[in-house]
Each structure stands twice: as structure tokens, then as C-alpha cells.
Ligand binder design. Structure first.
Ligand code: SF4
Ligand code: SF4
Length: 84
């Protein structure tokens, strides 16, 4: 077995800031600390998250599942490169 050749998958996080209600669940429960709430306001008056550490996303999609507003989705970096 050659585990040294395995490449860690990296996700690309997409955030629809308009739908966010600033609950912070995605920030709190991301296991690798990718997200942080921004200082800016969306049109509802909430602070949406932004991607602070993009290279740390492990594509677990937990943020996508836990967001009550369906604001976040995560795609595979390799898929994005192939479709470009
Ligand atoms: S997919 Fe997982 S690692 Fe990536 S931002 Fe969401 S919770 Fe964090
Ligand atoms: S979990 Fe969803 S609604 Fe809550 S802060 Fe994150 S993006 Fe916004």
C-alpha cells in the first residue's frame, strides 16, 4: 500500500450571503476552522461568514448540512478544475 501518494481533498466553499441569518453554526462547527463571521452586514442586517482559511476545507460538507438557511454549499476542487 502506498498511502504517501494519497492526496487530501480540498473543498471550495460557496456562500450566498443574502440568505444568511448570522447564527454562526457554520463557523462554530466547522472542524478545521475555515469560516469566520464577517464584519459586513447583509440586507437582513446579519453578519454572513466568509472563508478565512480556504486551504483547510476538507470537503466534509458539515457546514452545508448544518446551515438552517441553505446558504452554504461546498464543491470538490478537482471537479471545479475539470469543468473549467
Ligand atoms: S466542508 Fe467541512 S471543512 Fe469545509 S468549510 Fe464546511 S464544515 Fe468546514
Ligand atoms: S449556518 Fe448558515 S445562516 Fe448560520 S451563519 Fe452560517 S451561513 Fe449564516
Amino acid at each position: 500500500m502506498r498511502f504517501g501518494k494519497l492526496k487530501q481533498k480540498t473543498g471550495i466553499v460557496h456562500i450566498n450571503k443574502l440568505w444568511c441569518k448570522g447564527c454562526g453554526f457554520c463557523v462554530k462547527y466547522c472542524p478545521t476552522g475555515v469560516l469566520e463571521l464577517s464584519k459586513e452586514y447583509n440586507h437582513k442586517g446579519y453578519h454572513p461568514p466568509y472563508v478565512k482559511h480556504a486551504d483547510q476545507c476538507r470537503l466534509c460538507k458539515f457546514c452545508e448540512v448544518i446551515c438552517p438557511e441553505f446558504t452554504i454549499y461546498v464543491t470538490d476542487e478537482e471537479e471545479e478544475n475539470h469543468s473549467a
